[in-house]
Design a protein around this ligand. Structure first.
Ligand code: SF4
Ligand code: SF4
Ligand code: FES
Length: 531
């Protein structure tokens, strides 16, 4: 492997990489060794157009662009000389000749590479008096993105993204020289399953999403690492949080999962966290069959009384459990212990399926279907037959995917079930038939881990606190277990402790507990750590 020296530090890097790729591979790019860049992106082809990444290479008379210079053994590079600084100033000056002085009204301000690099590497004074180029503002590129032509620095990241990632190629550079502008092909809007990634990779405020623009200034947001729960890919995201509210998801780089992308549908998944149809109160069906709001403890007692009656006659074997593929591994582990201690006769998991593609989007529309399978919850299809035929008297159900067309197909199929105890996050028809209903927390409101479809265990943490009394499924089951006097249940639920117990007792989860997986997750049955 070639050894290179950059600013006096030696690195061993992979053969055939360019300087920027090599520095990115070893984790020092803009993280100890600064080589500012606009057109280069780690997951796109090389463009070499912005010229900002110039560096000095020993033995080469002219400055070289680091994004398109292949490393060779013994290469000595300097990124911090006067010549390099002068070149950067020149590039920044040219980029700013026509750039509007829009920062106070630009939605990118605060996370704009033009602002950052102008501050770090540019000059403070402008030498031009001529008016700036006037181009189109507020161009509607399609259902998700608005374009400001004046702010564009023609790095062509967006063009390459559309060609190389979704493969839809809606964007193009139109015109030549200083008449060049980004356009869509006539009559072809920017409209693909990943369109909003162009706003993330646009280094300036030229491309912004209709969803997020002008909602909040980005410096008010705190980035909380999390996982998208839209499908079983488990894409890594940053939740942008302010005032106990999630304003957006942005992709969080994880080369083992989603690289630097997320799909548009998953991106909009943040809206589910604070959605108006979140369940907010525990409900108990009264004597007249009408659901009545009640406190958590009263709901636990009501649920325990119903399950205890069934446990005595016809027996616990007539009780079944439906696991939710949205719950964490820890919640599901408690559920497994709960059903085992109760002596329940059957269990399964219901997973809603939908569209998939070859890039990220998976058919399983839940983040933890794999975790449920690893914990022994088989597909609930056969259990549904048993429910329909009247073989189940009591049902403890997490989530409401069981009502989908692949399973029960609606609440009518539950007509013969004596007792339905539901723990769920959002409203569904289950509310109409559940005898006791507990509001549950979503992944962004609790500690835990989720296992993606490839078997990568990834952690989630509370980004926001619900404004109502919602608890994790594990917490509800812990209280219910205590009320029923089940062995091993003392009413307490601590996701960290449960995760440790899970890692100790289920071999697949060894080394993949909440406290041992890193921010990039860890493979099932792996050594833990993660990146
Ligand atoms: S719109 Fe943004 S990403 Fe596209 S070329 Fe212009 S600056 Fe680059
Ligand atoms: S591919 Fe799946 S996990 Fe990734 S962002 Fe889309 S919905 Fe979320
Ligand atoms: S990043 Fe190297 S030329 Fe643009």
């Amino acid at each position: 492997m070639p050894r290179i020296t950059v600013d006096g530090q030696e690195f061993e890097v992979a053969e055939g990489r360019t300087l920027l790729q090599a520095l990115d591979d070893v984790g020092v790019l803009m993280n100890g060794i600064d080589v500012p860049h606009y057109c280069w992106h780690p997951k796109l082809s090389i463009d070499g157009s912005c010229r900002l990444c110039q560096v000095e290479v020993e033995g080469v008379p002219k400055l070289q662009i680091a994004c398109n210079t292949t490393v060779t053994d013994g290469m000595v590079v300097r990124t911090d000389t006067d010549r390099v600084q002068q070149a950067r100033e020149g590039v920044m000056e040219l980029l700013l000749v026509n750039h509007p002085l829009d920062c106070p009204i630009c939605d990118q301000a605060g996370e704009c590479k033009l602002q950052d690099y102008a501050y770090e590497y540019g000059v403070a004074r402008s030498r031009t008096r001529e008016p700036r180029r006037a181009l189109k503002k507020n161009v509607d590129l399609g259902p998700t993105i608005v374009f400001d032509q004046e702010r564009c620095i023609l790095c062509r990241r967006c063009v390459r993204f559309c060609r190389e990632v979704p493969g839809t190629g809606e964007l193009v550079v139109q015109g030549r020289g200083d008449h060049s502008v980004i356009e869509t092909f006539p009559g072809v809007p920017l409209d693909n399953d990943y369109s909003m990634n162009v706003a993330d990779i646009c280094p300036v405020g030229a491309l912004t999403t209709k969803d997020f623009r002008f909602k909040i200034r980005v410096w008010f947001l705190e980035d909380v690492p999390g996982v998208c729960t839209g499908c079983s890919k488990g894409c890594n995201v940053h939740l942008g949080v302010a005032n106990n509210k999630v304003y957006r998801y942005l992709p969080r780089r994880n080369d083992a999962v989603n690289e630097t992308w997320i799909c548009d549908e998953g991106r909009m998944g943040y809206k589910r966290i604070g959605a108006p149809d979140r369940l907010q109160r525990s409900l108990v069906r009264g004597e007249l069959g009408v659901p009545e709001a009640t406190g958590f403890d009263a709901a636990v007692q009501a649920a325990a009384a119903r399950l205890d009656r069934l446990r005595k006659a016809p027996g616990a074997g007539a009780i079944a459990g439906i696991a939710s593929p949205h719950a964490t591994n820890e919640d599901l582990f408690v559920f497994r212990r709960f059903l085992g201690a109760l002596g329940a006769g059957a269990s399964g998991v219901a997973v809603t399926r939908g569209r998939s593609d070859a890039l990220l989007i998976q058919a399983e529309k839940a983040a933890n279907a794999r975790g449920a399978a690893e914990l022994g919850f088989d597909d609930a299809a056969s259990l549904c037959e048993r429910i329909r035929s009247g073989g189940v008297e009591g049902l403890v159900v997490l989530g409401h995917d069981i009502l989908g067309p692949d399973y029960l197909g609606g609440v009518g199929a539950l007509a013969r079930v004596d007792t339905v105890i539901a723990i769920d996050t959002h409203a569904s028809d289950l509310q109409r038939v559940a005898h006791v209903l507990f509001p549950a927390r979503v992944a962004a409101e609790k500690h835990g881990t989720l296992t993606n479809h490839e078997g990568r265990v990834q952690r989630v943490e509370p980004a926001v606190e619900p404004a109502f009394d919602a608890r994790s499924e594990g917490e509800v089951l812990a209280a219910l277990g205590l009320a029923l006097g089940l062995p091993g249940f003392d009413g307490r639920y601590d996701a960290h402790e449960v995760s440790k117990a899970l890692a100790q007792s289920v071999p697949a989860f060894a080394g993949a507990s909440l406290d041992s997986v890193g921010p990039g997750g860890a493979p099932l049955g792996g050594e833990g750590g993660g990146s």
